[in-house]
Design a protein around this ligand. Structure first.
Ligand code: C5P
Length: 218
């Protein structure tokens, strides 16, 4: 077996608050693989624009911010706690619609997967279709929009952030609409994914299910 083949790439896609991020992180830790939260890249580009007082809906501004960020990319920039705010998530889904932004971030994501020692777990929206279409494992982690809004609402409450469930749900639906095109499995020919619907599962059950799938595939 060549060195290339011994490296395992696990692509995890799915909508916001589906549980894909925590699953990806836990899998990477358990398997000793490198981990990249690709949503953080889009969030960082959006936050850089917001910090500079720019407009995330302006395509030129967004593309320029993504190119600048890409040139000086340091993974430490992805640890800023402000990246987790919902306003930043929503702004990220706007900049992510701009083709120039997506293009600017492709190489970093692909080379992250290629450079890993033994394996890499990447989570996002288009990992299995566009970024790593040859990934050995492709998981699609999802849940009903109501469940996802409920989780996000609880999380906000636990952080002392005031928001009604109705508002969180409406924002989630809006974000889903913007992200729908990126989650289209038809973006890749012969795209085969294992779907995990986490609506009625605990995080431990999701992890067990993912490990079962991984062990059956490699
Ligand atoms: O996953 P997360 O909620 O952090 O992503 C923030 C936004 O970034 C998403 O709503 C989506 O619009 C965008 N994104 C993307 N492609 C990815 C990861 C995230 O378009 N691979």
């Amino acid at each position: 077996m060549s060195e290339e083949q011994t490296k395992i790439v696990i692509a995890i896609d799915g909508p916001a608050a589906s549980g894909k991020g925590s699953l990806a992180k836990k899998l990477a830790t358990k398997l000793g693989y490198d981990f990249l939260d690709t949503g953080a890249l889009y969030r960082r580009v959006a936050l850089n624009i917001l910090d500079a007082g720019g407009n995330v809906e302006n395509q030129e501004t967004s593309t320029k911010a993504a190119l600048d960020f890409n040139e000086n990319l340091d993974v430490k920039d992805l640890e800023d706690v402000r990246l987790r705010n919902d306003e930043v998530g929503s702004a990220a889904s706007k900049v992510a619609q701009v083709p120039g932004v997506r293009q600017a971030l492709i190489d970093f994501q692909r080379s992250f997967a290629q450079k890993c020692e033994t394996g890499a777990v990447l989570d996002g929206r288009d990992i299995g279709t566009v970024i790593c279409p040859n990934a050995q494992i492709k998981l699609f982690v999802t849940a009903s929009v109501e469940k996802r809004a409920e989780r996000r609402h609880k999380e906000l409450q636990s952080r002392g952030i005031n928001a009604t469930y109705g508002n969180v749900l409406a924002e989630m639906q809006e974000r889903d609409e913007r992200d729908a095109v990126r989650l289209d499995p038809h973006l890749a020919p012969d795209h085969k994914v294992d779907v995990i619907d986490t609506s009625d599962m605990t995080p431990n059950e999701v992890m067990d299910e993912a490990l079962k799938i991984i062990h059956s595939r490699i």
